[in-house]
Write a protein that binds this ligand. Structure first.
Ligand code: FAD
Length: 500
């Protein structure tokens, strides 16, 4: 049986950075991935002449070489920045409605404040105060929480203490009267998966802060280019990877990990295993029940699953401007209702007036698609349960019926777009479940209710010695948090092994 210093299960963002970080420190590492390419969500696929981006809409935390954000510094330290080309998006997002309403916000605080003040003059003071609050909150959060201040108090961090557990909706209601303005400022709930009534204000404030301070980014070649760069770095530092090789069991003896058994029947030994998959899969399917401490299931029972997604990948035979698309990130709104009704909509199969996010990467990077063409990634959130109930014989009919209603929503805002469709593919929650292995195809890990925000997440440690987690299930979801989670797991293992 071959022995490694560490084994990583899954080559999503967290698995890739854990593996690359460990190999960089000179450890002998095995990375096992069920799929045939690296990336998990951070991937692409080809149809016709298009290579479609699967997940990344806006990368947070990058910053420019002159003003690097935490993610740029982390990727630099891993040695992958020479192998990718980050692309900055200057627009934050656009909000578009079928009645002709369009508002494009810039990824810059002062410009956005001015624009909103002009558009909503009655809310002038409130606009400025709201963004000041977001910045003050984010700064206090970063000092107290991310820099682990051992001496936090209400006096030292008054804004953090006052707002940390408030729902975003409550804070927006407290600042603004105009329903349209509240709707415009709450659309980032789509990146968290909970309506503003349930989403913590902490996430809204952090999203505005990070995208305005460090700008939203993408990569030339899409998120697959980053995944490829990470695996390249891992291999060049002596790592071993096996694709098409799912882990069937994590081997545990006397309360500590001993290695893994693959679906092909191969056993590998290691005292340290990093799981890049959900805790549910790790503890329920990859382990024998007698090895799982009882508290683990009790803790998991208090959490619920985030939604999955329904996505249209559309290749157009024209440039974005030809159909009226002028911004990279576009939120399509049909109404101003952000009550809990949104939860019911996410539970239903069909898409009616739900929030849609349309990304057109070619706006920020005209070379993203073949010359004279562009691609649209159109996504809305859906829980997987209703899709699991669709009989296999009705699956394709249902999928294309829902896709058709989504397409009509796009036409309401960009008339004539249908005539330019050259390629179209559709992903449902079942697609995410199949490719990622996450229960019900959940794309954001555990649901992030205020009681489950960053302050209370399960974290990378397991009560089983030698088992670490690095994924969107062990902390916040999204590219930046998962990439950072892998590096943090690598550091913890290295410290343990080297005694540093
Ligand atoms: C449609 C969509 C849009 C998104 N948009 C954004 C965005 O704009 N910005 C942002 O920051 N985030 C976004 N996200 C979220 C982000 O993509 C994820 O949070 C992140 O990529 C998850 O990384 P992860 O490390 O948790 O691994 P995952 O991507 O979940 O990958 C897990 C890996 O484990 C593998 N695996 C599963 N079981 C096994 C097994 N038994 N053995 C071996 N391997 C196994 C899977 O094949 C997979 O490769 C989006 C996600 C989706 C799906």
């Amino acid at each position: 049986m071959e022995r490694f210093d560490a084994i990583v299960v899954g080559a999503g963002n967290g698995g890739l950075t854990a593996a690359a970080g460990l190999a960089q420190k000179g450890l002998k590492v095995l990375l096992l991935e069920r799929h045939n390419i690296p990336g998990g969500c951070a991937t692409s696929f080809c149809r016709g002449r298009f290579e479609f981006e699967v997940a990344l809409h806006q990368l947070s935390g990058m910053g420019s070489p002159e003003k690097p954000g935490p993610l740029r510094m982390a990727l630099e330290s891993l040695g992958v920045l020479d192998h990718v080309e980050p692309i900055e998006m200057t627009d934050l997002y656009s909000v578009l409605m079928p009645d002709g309403f369009r508002l494009a916000l810039k990824a810059e605080k002062e410009a956005t404040v001015l624009l909103l003040q002009e558009r909503f003059p009655a809310e002038r003071d409130a606009v400025e105060k709201f963004f000041d609050l977001c910045y003050r909150f984010a700064n206090e959060l970063i000092s107290a929480f991310y820099f682990k201040d051992p001496d936090t108090s209400r006096d030292k961090y008054p804004v953090l203490y006052e707002y940390a557990f408030k729902p975003a909706c409550e804070v927006l209601e407290g600042f603004f009267k105009d329903r349209l303005l509240k709707a415009v400022l709450s659309v980032y709930w789509g990146y968290i998966g909970l309506p503003p009534t349930r989403m913590s204000f902490a996430y809204l404030a952090l999203l505005f802060f990070t995208y305005m301070e460090f700008k939203p980014y993408h990569f030339k070649g899409g998120s697959q280019a980053l995944s490829n760069a990470l695996i390249h770095r891992f291999l060049s530092n002596g790592g071993t990877v096996r694709f098409n090789c799912g882990v069937e069991k994590i081997l545990v003896q006397e309360g500590r990990v001993r290695g893994v058994l693959t679906e092909h029947g191969d056993r590998y030994e290691a005292d340290h295993v990093v799981s890049n998959v959900s805790q549910i899969l790790t503890y329920v399917e990859l382990m024998e029940p007698e090895h799982v401490p009882g508290g683990v299931f009790r803790e998991m029972r208090g959490r619920s699953l985030s939604p999955s997604a329904f996505t249209l990948f559309i290749g157009l035979d024209c440039e974005p401007g030809a159909v009226g698309i002028t911004e990279t990130t576009n939120f399509l709104l049909d109404n101003l209702d952000f009550s809990d009704r949104v939860l019911n909509q996410m539970q239903a199969l069909d898409i009616e007036d739900q929030l849609l996010v349309l990304s057109c990467y070619d706006v920020a990077d005209p070379e993203f698609s073949p010359s004279g063409a562009c691609q649209l990634n159109l996504v809305t959130l859906k829980y997987g349960e209703a899709w699991l109930r669709v009989p296999p014989t009705r699956y394709f009919e249902t999928k294309y019926r829902v896709a058709e209603s989504m397409m009509r929503r796009v036409e309401d805002i960009f008339p004539g777009v249908r005539a330019h469709v050259e390629e179209l593919d559709v992903a449902t929650p079942m697609t995410h479940m199949r490719y990622l292995g996450h229960p019900f195809g959940a794309i954001y890990g555990w649901e992030m209710y205020p009681k489950d925000t960053m302050f209370f997440q399960p974290g990378r440690l397991s009560p089983i010695e030698g088992l670490y987690f690095a994924s969107g299930w062990s902390g916040d979801c999204g590219f930046q948090p998962t990439l950072e989670a892998g590096m943090s797991a690598a550091n913890a293992i290295y410290q343990k092994i080297s005694g540093e």
